[in-house]
Design a protein around this ligand. Structure first.
Ligand code: ADP
Length: 262
């Protein structure tokens, strides 16, 4: 008498007829859970060896000048690839955590302005001050949520805006009140944009418009999947507007229940 998980589909015909279909998805659910646990465990187990590797590489890095050029170049590449693996493992861990528990324990009203200001500084540092990054506050309300999660979601959007736009581009982080009591955080750039055919798939893990290009920019391929999960946990929605050559606009729309006027 183990618990089963059923999925119902109800179709209405006219006023008084309905068709109810039930599907047993217990097995599917269990498989999905196993997949999540597996990813979480593997990511966790990979952390320790990576920390050890990067520790040694740091020590060797200090000796680079004394080594023949071929060796020191190799160490440089190992450092780079180890960092990439570490970001990948960190993003995988974060994503599994977001999928496994429901969250909500650390939700509180946040000052969006100061959060966007600090993300602006990080984005500028990533771009080596080669982009113009601005914050526009068009809403005075506070946002109820997890500061840590929202910061990582909006940072991902801002870092993408830096990575997928040429130097000199203009990026704006905006907090905007909408007419029905909801509000949104927008990340807007005037870079290369995205062909609309790709937009519905952007939040899939490892989905990339241009595979070669994205690997070179240092992304993990998980950024927008993280954004999507963080927003789901905040009852919010991600909207993407873009055309090739005309920049991209990522909009996170929060419902009125998440927006408090102080
Ligand atoms: P990645 O690590 O590849 O950046 P993401 O999930 O963050 O992974 O993004 C998925 C893909 O969406 C990217 O590979 C890129 O092709 C596209 N993309 C994301 N943000 C932008 C943007 N601001 N402008 C153009 N393309 C973007």
């Amino acid at each position: 008498d183990e618990r089963r998980i059923l999925q119902y589909q109800i179709t209405l015909y006219g006023d008084d007829e309905r068709l109810v279909m039930a599907r047993d998805i217990t097995r599917l659910h269990r498989l999905e859970q196993m997949r999540r646990d597996f990813v979480a465990n593997v990511s966790h187990e990979l952390r320790t060896p990576l920390t050890v590797l990067s520790g040694y590489l740091e020590t060797y890095g200090d000796l680079k000048e004394m080594l023949p050029p071929r060796l020191s170049k190799g160490i440089g590449q190992m450092e780079e690839q180890t960092k990439r693996m570490q970001s990948l493992v960190n993003d995988l861990l974060l994503l599994s955590r977001l999928e496994i528990d429901r969250g909500g324990e650390d939700h509180q009203p946040l000052e969006v302005g100061s959060m966007l200001e600090s993300i602006r500084r990080d984005a500028l540092a990533l771009s080596n001050q080669q982009h113009s990054v601005q914050v526009a506050l068009e809403c005075e309300a506070r946002l109820v949520g997890s500061e840590q999660e929202l910061r990582s979601a909006i940072s991902n959007l801002a870092f993408n805006a830096v990575r997928y736009t040429p130097e000199g581009s203009q990026i704006t982080l905006r907090w905007v009140a909408l007419s029905n009591g909801s509000a949104c955080i927008e990340v807007d750039d005037d870079g290369e944009g995205i062909d609309p055919v790709h937009i519905p798939r952007l939040t899939e893990r490892f989905y990339r418009v241009d595979k070669g290009r994205s690997t070179a920019t240092g992304g993990t391929g998980l950024g927008l999947a993280i954004v999507k999960h963080v927003l789901l946990r905040h009852d919010a929605q991600l909207q993407v507007e873009s055309l090739p050559g005309e920049g991209a606009l990522f909009r996170c729309v929060f419902p009125p229940s998440r927006v408090v006027n102080s």
